[in-house]
Write a new protein. Sequence first.
Length: 187
Amino acid sequence: MKIKKLDRIMGLFFAISTVVLIYMFFTNRDFFTWAFSRHQNILSWYIRPLFIIPIVIGAYKQSFSILFMSIFCLFTSMFWFPKPEAVDEQVHLFLEFEKNYLTSGWTTEKIVVCTLILLFFIFMIYTTWNRKWGQLLWVVIAGAVLKVVHSILSSGENGMALVKPAATGLVICIVIIVFIKNKKEKK
């Protein structure tokens, strides 16, 4: 079997797995509750933004398997770590807000937010695939800023719990993207 065909098959497998995971997340209350109990572990908040890097690498290599495996890992990473024994009150309150937000039905605002999230991934993949490094940096920065702003505007002060993990992830992503860009320009 040719490598490109295998890459597409693996990419399709992880894309379908991601859709199934999202479906289970929203239709199985026990799974939803279990995932959010583990998402209280702040390590998942720090690791999730770092999956931008393998998504960028997958887009750079034009590899569907790396791309969709990375997106699958991004979604599943919220429950990789064990439920913590103690949870910061701000983290707990923000996650309670998020759970209610995700289960309270569709509104125009949610449709806009979901569209922006989808556009973030499309633009991130497109700019990397086409080697538009400057635009990629702006997409990543805008994505992080909009995530934080939306969290604070929607949940109030509890959204501040997201600032440190988002800023840390953003800085790491910028450094690695600039490194990749500079390395590729030297070749």
